[in-house]
Design a protein around this ligand. Structure first.
Ligand SMILES: Nc1ncnc2c1ncn2[C@@H]1O[C@H](COP(=O)(O)OP(=O)(O)OP(=O)(O)O)[C@@H](O)[C@H]1O
Length: 261
């Protein structure tokens, strides 16, 4: 057991089974994520990584099992309520608004934190105005943190893929996560972009003191930044250990070489 796994868990998934018709995508998976842990979720294609992230973030209801986030059973909450608890995820690809600026896309993430509605904005304009200034200041801080200030007014659709993924991370940060679930945040990036994003992920964990779960295919990145690696194969958890231990695990080696360990 590592130091991190001895901490009280921020997220606890117990006995998760997920079926799609006749396909068992996840079979009896239990996993804990400790406070401030950076956990990588790896496995061959079709192993169940995205499915598990979808269950952990409340997007999929498991056929069996439970997920508790900071002591709260999130299994029956609607997705938007899960996000309001601070469990925030990003998706493969990006879900940004291409015709809006970088700043506005980040402000979209702030929306759920804005106290004023359209009605209050109409009747109490000074309050709503002050609120908007406050939200913009927070968005600007995120732009600064992710070194995106120079692109604040640029339309997202004109950016390269690596930068769009960075904006996507900014939008997730704008939602004030208490835990971040990132689905292949580095897919399609070049080496330099990956290094930058890995640095930002480590900085987020350090400065916000939150746990991060990362689905990632690049083993170099995983081994460099993860505290712990959870390995799935054919919907089962086959390893859950430090990066060094996982690299030497015969079940993991066999899974990546195509065996059914
Ligand atoms: N919506 C769905 N309907 C039916 N089957 C699905 C669905 N989503 C996933 N599956 C199946 O569940 C299994 C796990 O898929 P999942 O996408 O979670 O794997 P993954 O490890 O994320 O794969 P990849 O690395 O290719 O993204 C696969 O057999 C897949 O075909």
């Amino acid at each position: 057991m590592t130091e991190a796994t001895r901490q009280p868990a921020m997220l606890e998934a117990r006995g998760i089974t997920l079926k799609f018709g006749g396909v068992t995508a996840l079979a009896d998976i239990s996993v804990n994520i400790g406070q401030q842990e950076l956990v990588a979720l790896i496995g061959p294609n079709g192993a169940g990584k995205s499915s598990l992230l979808n269950v952990l973030s409340g997007f999929y209801r498991p056929s069996q099992g439970s997920v508790r986030f900071d002591g709260l059973d999130i299994g029956h909450l609607p997705v938007h309520r899960v996000a309001q608890t601070g469990l925030v995820r990003t998706f493969q690809g990006t879900h940004l608004l291409p015709n809006m600026s970088v700043l506005d896309n980040i402000l979209v993430g702030r929306y759920m934190h804005m106290k004023s509605t359209l009605t209050t904005a109409f009747f109490y304009y000074p309050f709503a105005h002050r609120e908007e200034i406050a939200q913009r200041a927070i968005a600007e801080e995120i732009l600064g943190f992710l070194e995106l200030e120079h692109l604040r007014h640029q339309k997202v659709g004109t950016l390269g893929y690596g930068m769009r993924k960075r904006v996507d991370l900014g939008r997730a940060l704008a939602m004030e996560p208490r835990m971040l679930l990132l689905d292949e945040p580095m897919a399609g990036m070049n080496g330099e972009e990956k290094e930058d994003l890995a640095r930002f992920i480590l900085d987020i964990r350090e400065s916000r003191q939150i746990p991060v779960v990362l689905v990632e295919h690049d083993m170099g990145v995983v081994m460099d930044i993860a505290d712990r690696v959870v390995v799935l194969n054919f919907g089962r958890k086959i390893a859950d250990a430090s990066p060094v231990a996982v690299q030497q695990d015969e079940h993991v080696i066999s899974a990546y070489l195509g065996g059914k360990a």
